[in-house]
Design a protein around this ligand. Structure first.
Ligand SMILES: [Zn+2]
Length: 546
């Protein structure tokens, strides 16, 4: 890579890192303005002011904004366009403790760290002199710097450049992706207005080793998705003195954890790549006070990574699992009750429980048959929930499901399965369409022609949840229906621009800076690969695509 791009990338990476931009703080606005100003100083944007603008996050209390820049190549009048994205926010800095003031000063921090006790691997990296430490330097200000320095270089020779670039520096990635979600509709508008033919979305978020001792440098084509199936278990309350007369929802919840948590049967396997198994994010009963009555309801929530499973398929698997867990619980209770009766010399009669599992959609239909104006009632309830800032998305979803269930005349035990937001679709670049084939070729050519001591490996599925997921959405009506109708409050309490995502329908990839310990105070960037090799790979991929 040309020397001036390497040095410029480093310079911008440090400049961006110096601006603290912790997610959900006004620092996010400061860093967006920094990016905007860097672009504004470039010759191209001095001549083309209207191609540089802010995109505000809708209804944002902080008034955060992303930056969007369009670069129009002048050679051969091509409509082909590559979309480049990078996030400018970071996670918080409380993990730095007493070194907090140095979190955004990489050189000073790297020196300060020499004075404290560190894990062996961190110490070795620190002493090697190959790493720079700092919040956001790895995740992902260096990635944003790569894009900015390439844009400067390309736009300085715009007569020689064929095709177009759109660069979006987005906020809020570490929280709710509101930056990307507000950029997606703009991308659709631009595409229609300018007749741009989008080829792919390229992100430069960080990469790291996938296992101990892994020296590979990965390029990811496509991305994993995430969906959060959640179980509202309705049992039957009883006095603790009549224990066999009740059905404890915690008992069924426990079975759900045992059955689903980290169970590799639920992994997606695609082209030999395996998604992470489901992991539980919440399990609790809904009883708020202490009393001699068992709980009546409980909730269990999982995060499920996807590579191929669609919302309808996830729902089907979860309903099946819940039914099994319900039956296991009933069998266990009958067995214990039978033994209890024998010990007491009483006659055993089967307990009355029957397994019953409904999707939220099914529950809603049943309640809708009994209650007039259900939709109106639910919407009104959602509006009151939205006014209360102490209620987060997870609790809001639960409260909506609970509200609907409370309106039902049927009080018998049941498990209701629904999806808690956010939802991130996976994007699988199979190589079936022309666009996908072209992307795979563009990357393999970039990798093959880049001379480096590093072992470059390309894989499918960027393994971390990211904004890339919003570059496309499932198109099958039944899949979208299964998502929308089982995600309580879809469109009111939570929304994503599904139609716009379907219109984009883009293959995605990630070529990122390399380092370790993102989201830890030992976050560090390996300079050589990140500053020297990444710009070359990104540049070649862009040129190949255009
Ligand atoms: Zn990131």
């Amino acid at each position: 890579m040309k020397d001036h791009i390497i040095s410029k990338t480093k310079e911008i990476a440090l400049e961006l890192t110096s601006v603290l931009s912790v997610v959900n703080t006004i620092g996010e606005i400061a860093v967006s303005e920094k990016v905007y100003n860097i672009l504004k100083e470039m010759k191209y944007f001095k001549n083309n002011e209207k191609d540089l603008k802010y995109i505000s996050v809708l209804n944002d209390k902080l008034g955060r904004k992303s930056v969007m820049a369009t670069i129009r190549g002048q050679k051969n009048n091509s409509n082909k366009t590559v979309v480049l994205i990078g996030h400018t926010d970071t996670v918080g800095i409380s993990d730095y403790g007493s070194l907090k003031d140095y979190a955004n000063k990489p050189f000073e921090l790297t020196e300060k760290l020499k004075e404290i006790e560190l894990p062996k691997e961190v110490k070795a990296d620190l002493e090697s002199g190959k790493y720079l430490f700092g919040r956001g330097l790895l995740d992902m200000k260096t990635g944003v710097a790569v894009l900015l320095s390439l844009i400067e270089d390309i736009s300085n020779n715009i007569e020689e450049f064929e095709g177009n670039l759109i660069f979006a520096a987005v906020c809020d990635e570490e929280a709710n992706s509101n930056g990307m979600l507000s950029v997606v509709p703009e991308l659709v508008k631009l595409k229609e207005k300018e007749k741009f033919e989008y080829q792919a979305i390229l992100d430069t978020d960080y990469i790291t080793s996938e296992y101990d001792g892994d020296e590979n440098r990965y390029i990811y084509i496509g991305t994993v998705g995430k969906i959060m199936p959640t179980f509202l278990v309705v049992g039957k309350e009883t006095h603790v003195g009549e224990s066999f007369k009740g059905l404890d929802p915690n008992e069924i919840s426990s079975e759900l954890i045992r059955k689903i948590n980290l169970n590799v049967d639920f992994c997606d396997v695609t082209e030999g790549e395996v998604s992470l198994p489901p992991i539980s994010l919440r399990q609790r009963d809904l009883k708020t006070e202490y009393s001699c009555q068992i709980a009546n309801k409980s909730i269990t929530m999982f995060s499920v990574a996807t590579q191929s499973s669609t919302p309808d398929q996830v729902m089907e698997k979860m309903i099946k699992a819940a039914d099994e867990c319900f039956n296991i619980t009933i069998d266990k209770l009958n067995k214990e009750y039978n033994s209890f009766c024998k010990l007491n010399g009483r006659q055993f009669v089967d307990l009355p429980w029957k397994s019953r599992v409904l999707s939220y959609d099914e529950l809603y239909s049943k309640v809708n048959q009994e209650v007039t104006n259900l939709e109106e009632k639910v919407n009104e309830y959602i509006q009151t929930l939205l006014k209360d800032e102490t209620i987060d998305q997870v609790d809001r979803s639960l409260k909506i499901v609970n509200f609907v269930h409370d309106l039902w005349s049927d009080r018998n035990p049941v498990v209701i399965v629904y999806f808690t937001p956010p939802y991130y679709p996976h994007i699988y670049v199979e190589g079936k369409t022309d666009k996908e084939k072209k992307l795979l070729d563009a990357v393999s050519n970039a990798v093959d022609t880049t001379k480096t001591e590093y072992k470059l490996v390309y894989k499918k599925f960027f393994p971390y949840i990211s904004d890339l997921s919003y570059g496309a959405a499932p198109k099958d009506i039944m899949i979208v229906k299964a998502l929308k109708e089982n995600l309580p409050g879809f469109g009111t309490s939570y929304s994503i621009p599904i139609e716009n995502m379907q219109q984009l329908d883009l293959p995605v990839l990630n070529i990122g800076a390399y380092g370790k310990d993102a989201h830890k105070f030992t976050e560090r960037l390996e300079e050589k690969y990140s500053f020297e090799v990444v710009p070359e790979l990104v540049y070649k991929t862009i040129i190949n695509l255009l």
